[in-house]
Design a binder for this molecule. Structure first.
Ligand code: MN
Length: 209
């Protein structure tokens, strides 16, 4: 059977009400059903556009088309990672990282609190429509905090993402208005560390292979 050639909106691994009060049902629903869906729809529309241009043999503004395509793919990829690295508070969400990720964070940052502080500052200060992420650099074998300001230019060549937070206004404005720092504070209650550790463990395995 052919594999699908288009993107699709992934189902959330929890219900829309389950991240409240840290992320309300209304906020989560509009973010997932409208904003994330728009990246999926946008990327698929670009595939159609490219296909039509190939069939017709006509000219296409490749610079514009590819910029738009990478914007939508970056958005789709990051949102997928973001949803998966969240979990309801007390039911997989919150607490501290354990396992190999917890050890790597301790080693690099000197402790969880220092990591949390650096990640929070990265998220709060990301300009415009940005993200903060914990990534892994295979060259230095270090976990790195990074800001992703424009997901179309930063994601494609990126280091693998272990943990991501979306700090576009659409991610928190219904719940926290202009107070992004409150949203970032709330995020720590719904972080899914088990998923982050699973990603990290998989990365270490693939690096060792
Ligand atoms: Mn978003």
């Amino acid at each position: 059977m052919d594999k699908p050639h288009f993107y699709s909106l992934p189902k959330l691994p929890y219900g829309y009400k389950e991240l409240a009060p840290f992320m309300s049902e209304e906020q989560l629903r509009i973010h997932h059903e409208k904003h994330h869906q728009a990246y999926v729809t946008g990327a698929n529309a670009l595939f159609e556009k490219l296909e039509q241009a190939r069939k017709a043999g006509g000219e296409l503004d490749m610079k514009a088309a590819l910029k738009e395509l990478s914007f939508h793919i970056g958005g789709h990829l990051l949102h997928g990672l973001f949803w998966e690295n969240l979990a309801p508070a007390g039911k997989g969400g919150g607490g501290k990282p354990a396992g190999v990720l917890g050890a790597a964070i301790d080693k690099e940052f000197g402790g969880f609190e220092r990591f949390q502080k650096e990640f929070t500052q990265a998220a709060v200060s990301a300009e415009g429509s940005g993200w903060a992420a914990l990534s892994w650099c295979r060259m230095s074998n270090r976990p790195l905090v990074m800001q992703i300001e424009k997901h179309n230019v930063d994601v494609c060549p990126a280091l693998p993402v272990i943990l991501a937070i979306d700090v576009w206004e659409h991610a928190y404005y219904l719940d926290y208005r202009n107070m992004r720092a409150k949203f970032v504070e709330a995020f720590w209650n719904i972080v899914n560390w088990a998923e982050a550790n699973r990603r990290f463990t998989a990365l270490l395995k693939s690096a060792a292979a």
